[in-house]
Design a protein around this ligand. Sequence first.
Ligand code: HEC
Ligand code: HEC
Ligand code: HEC
Ligand code: HEC
Length: 469
Amino acid sequence: MVDAGDLLAPYVDLVMSEKGQRRVKAELLLEVMAKTGIDAMTVGRPDFAFGKDFLVRNAAAWGLPYVCANLADSETKALIFPPGRIVQAGEVGVGVFGLIGKGYVASGLEVTDPLEAARVTVADLRARGATLIVALANQTAPENDRLARKVDGIDIIVAGSSHRKLDPPAGDRDTLIVEPGSKGKYFGLLELYLHLGGRGFSDLGAARRLEERAERFRHRVVQVQARLKTSTRPREQRRLRRQLEVFEKAIREAETAETVDGSSHGFVNRVIPLGREIPDDPGVARLVSQALERMHAAAVAGLATSRQAGDSRRSFGDFVGAQACVTCHEREYEQWRGTRHAVAYRTLASAHRQFDYQCFGCHVTGHGQPGGPTEPLDVGYLENVQCEACHGPRRAHVAGPDAAPPGSSIDEALCRGCHSREQAGDRFDFATYLPRVDHTSVLRSGKAAGGKPRGPEETGGPSLPGGPE
Ligand code: HEC
Ligand code: HEC
Ligand code: HEC
Ligand code: HEC
């Protein structure tokens, strides 16, 4: 099992205030990696978000098998980690080495030419008995293509920086390039069937899939041929003949597909989603919840100090909060209070994640917008997904509703800002979700509108609720 870097943080220049939490998570990841018994891992730029010493110290403390052939101390010029190592897999010595992409990494470090480092390391690993060479390459896709072309003898490149989900692998027959997505959502499993003296790799998975399809089509061919014999309508006959052509072509394809005959090695690549159906390891789950609790406790302590320091309730730019709407839009307010949006913050809080930088943004109002909250410890009256999450900041409207410009339209893109595919998978469906939050439809289907409280500027204002557009 290997890892090609970008493990510890999303980028190297973390926001100062977020660093503390990210460090707790990075320490957790390193400890868990050690528990997995990983065979080799390399680094990317983001792995130095906490500095060189943090990584070197933790790697040593956990005995992590980091390798990198072109990352050196800028003063001593010595490599930070061993360039590569040999992992014995049955009778096969697998030489694994690491590479990091060109450019600045972190202070005190220097990246040397990856191609040159690769040539030297491949030769060294081969000399030490490795028969299969794996590069863990934390660099861009074009750089990895160049590595495959320019350096002989690399069998597999595990890419780690462009975060693509490659299935089937990229590369060519001589060098496979694999990369199983990002954020630990997938586990890449590459099965190899090696033959003594074999050269290059052929995709057994593809051959197998073609053969399965051909098998189905062989049955259909028999059926279609029988139909063709009895058919009298020319149009049907033409259609059946076209079908036959398609089936026979697929069968020929399977028959001529590459198979492993001893002249090449075979592989089957799988990119396995790590969904909820795969149970957590109890030991790891315990470590995760302990780390999260530590993080939460630190945030609670921080909150207490900042409150003692006398931070007063501040305002957030043009965001005024739902309480400012209730006097004039009581029915919309009541409808909203019945939705999950009104308790989104409590949902997080009951999981003790409301102070987590990676969580709070979508469970509050105005995050990422001018004036909106930027710190999980400082969301004030903007807890939950309130009116202004959908209708935009409304300070001016509250001051003078009639003068306010017409509201911007609420479309799927707005919802997708939080109901992203990454967050909710395919769960979010605009057509079914919208009616559950849109007050106009809910209110219209509900009780009659009479007796609604109005704002101070009662006189002459158009009546609420107005129809859509
Ligand atoms: C600021 C982020 C944000 C925006 C914008 C947003 N939502 Fe949500 N939505 C959430 C969160 C967070 C929850 C989950 C709250 C909970 O369960 O505590 C949620 C829950 C929901 C639910 C309830 C789902 C359930 O399981 O019952 C519906 C329906 C919904 N949103 C519809 C929409 C629609 C439609 C839009 C766009 C008009 C939208 N949301 C915009 C964050 C947002
Ligand atoms: C990109 C926006 C976004 C971020 C970031 C986010 N959430 Fe949510 N969360 C949502 C939305 C949207 C829903 C509602 C999904 C639905 O029901 O369709 C939701 C629902 C939930 C729910 C209730 C439903 C469920 O799936 O159990 C919990 C609990 C939750 N989020 C916790 C978290 C935690 C913990 C984090 C941080 C690790 C987090 N959220 C980060 C948008 C977000
Ligand atoms: C999840 C998104 C969302 C939230 C949160 C939300 N609204 Fe709306 N609101 C809508 C949609 C959708 C419409 C329908 C009109 C449109 O598409 O612009 C609407 C329409 C309205 C209208 C127009 C009048 C009407 O009823 O037709 C008012 C007023 C309004 N909302 C007030 C509020 C208030 C006040 C809150 C907070 C208590 C709130 N909204 C929270 C989505 C939202
Ligand atoms: C002082 C009374 C008053 C307050 C407070 C108020 N509104 Fe309004 N709002 C109105 C009136 C009057 C209209 C006129 C349009 C109509 O009748 O549809 C309106 C219209 C709207 C509309 C529909 C047209 C548009 O501008 O998109 C939305 C959405 C809306 N308000 C949201 C809000 C939100 C969100 C708040 C709280 C932040 C709020 N309003 C606070 C009186 C008020």
